[in-house]
Design a protein around this ligand. Structure first.
Ligand SMILES: NC(=O)c1ccc[n+]([C@@H]2O[C@H](COP(=O)([O-])OP(=O)(O)OC[C@H]3O[C@@H](n4cnc5c(N)ncnc54)[C@H](OP(=O)(O)O)[C@@H]3O)[C@@H](O)[C@H]2O)c1
Length: 233
């Protein structure tokens, strides 16, 4: 993972630093590997470095089917937390399979009705969802938010709750080991060629609405869909 503020995420080559990268997990391909760092590290740093989530605590993850949410659910579950997450109805079975103990359809009614006494809120949605989340916290509860809309806030408590993911070799290496061990699953929403990169960023390409969208060179895209004969990789 390169620095959040560095250009070049779609370049064929980039300059990086040893402490920002980790070996690609062996059991997944390059498209899946590219989908991992931002989501997994944002989830890791929010849950463990900032919110100090403890085993047995109740965590509410907003946007559990999103690119960051899928890691937050899996990491919190593996840590022994009770995981509650908000999703659309069609994603309920999906997030439960990732390890959510309770999945709330946020379109069916206010999530506050079903989620109370929360130790940690991990918010990836922001706005109204974030505003309404303070009330579900226990008195010693913690809230973290990564939602882009929270970055420019002037409110002091949202400022304190917001953070931007940072490259971290040790955490990324641990994530890679868990993927190789089969206990953490990357979720690729879809793969689009470079020619559709602008549309991908604009959010106008078709998505399944689960996990990360990956932009790939046309050649790699073709190889991903039709694996080359053995020995040619
Ligand atoms: N600060 C950082 O370091 C950092 C790092 C990564 C991402 N981000 C930001 O974090 C946000 C989320 O990123 P992402 O990549 O995970 O997004 P994403 O993959 O686009 O997923 C967003 C998910 O939110 C769900 N959603 C939408 N409205 C919702 C609501 N009211 N309540 C609950 N869920 C809702 C949707 O799921 P359903 O289909 O189930 O409705 C969707 O899957 C973005 O603003 C992104 O820019 C920040």
């Amino acid at each position: 993972m390169n620095d959040w503020f560095a250009d070049g995420a779609l370049a064929e080559y980039c300059v990086t630093r040893p402490d920002w990268i980790a070996p690609k997990p062996r059991r997944i391909g390059h498209a899946e590997a590219a989908s991992v760092p931002i989501g997994a590290l944002a989830a890791w740093q929010g849950l463990f470095d900032r919110a100090k989530l403890q085993p047995g605590e109740r965590v509410l993850i907003h946007g559990g089917a999103g690119a960051v949410g899928v890691y937050a659910i899996q990491l919190a579950h593996a840590h022994g937390a009770h995981v509650i997450t908000t999703v659309s109805a069609h994603n309920i079975a999906f997030v439960r399979a990732l390890g959510a103990d309770q999945a709330i359809d946020y379109k069916a009614g206010p999530f506050e009705k079903e989620a109370q006494d929360i130790d940690v809120v991990f918010d990836t949605v922001g706005g109204e969802t974030l505003r309404r989340s303070w009330s579900v916290l226990k008195s010693n509860g913690r809230l973290v938010t990564i939602a882009a809309g929270s970055e420019a806030t002037s409110g002091e408590r949202v400022k304190q709750a917001f953070f931007i993911v940072e490259p971290n070799h040790a955490q990324l290496a641990e994530v890679g080991q868990r993927i190789d061990a089969g206990i953490l699953q990357p979720v690729v929403d879809s793969i689009v060629p470079f020619s559709q990169a602008a549309e991908a960023y604009a959010g106008t390409v078709e998505r399944k609405g689960r996990g990360k969208l990956v932009v790939m060179s046309a050649v790699d895209c073709a190889q991903t869909r039709t694996p080359p004969p053995a020995g040619r990789r």
